[in-house]
Design a binder for this molecule. Sequence first.
Ligand SMILES: [Zn+2]
Length: 256
Amino acid sequence: MVNRGKAKLVDGFTTLRATQRHSLEKKYSTKTPAEESQAAEQSPAQKAGQPTKPMSIGRTVMPTQNEIVCYSCGFGFVMRGKADSTQCPKCGARLGLKDETITGAFSDELITAGKVRLTKSAILDGGTIVANDIVLEGLVKGGSIRAYKTLQLAGGAVIPEEMIVAKNLHIGTDASFDFKGEMTFHDIDVQGELKAHLKATGMVTVRAGGHLLGRLQTEHLIVEEGAGLNADVVVEPETSEETESDEAADEIRKTA
Ligand SMILES: [Zn+2]
């Protein structure tokens, strides 16, 4: 009734090492409904006999969730555990996952499905940076950058607005930007100050201490206590298409 693969998966959640080993083997995995009901069947027994077991499930699984976007085809998927590379389940491309830090002049090509940080002393001039997440603290003069997930602009970051290519935009604390043209993102997170004409297809969050000015059209808006909003705002929920973040949320619910 239970095949070896399923038994192995359930066992894998009992220790972190086993979970990591499992995700290295499979790279990309989701629970089937059968596995979920199996886990549910186990919980009464665990409550009676081993009360600490449900806690270990939460501790080991949650931090290893990692949403990856393929830089070859744009497909988003959830990977468990850490690895230097993985394979896109849709197009089969081998994806590097390493995080990189750039601290000086850079004009090469850097492509990763991990995170790239350009520090305050970094200068991009003529190179190409493609990553899932890009944190910009330094200067972008030329070349191109593309964040398949989030571009975070820190205080002191300098980038021509026409060079911003990202799914999500994050304006860090102490950062202040004034963009003239209309820009579209999925999620926008404002911790500093941002003046812009923005469209968002996902969630806009103005954090405590943050300030958003200009014009905003979004589907979802959160303005935290202590945040400033001084903009023409249109909030129009769009329910016709399921977004990638909804899928990611489903993944988290499945494994919780
Ligand atoms: Zn792909």
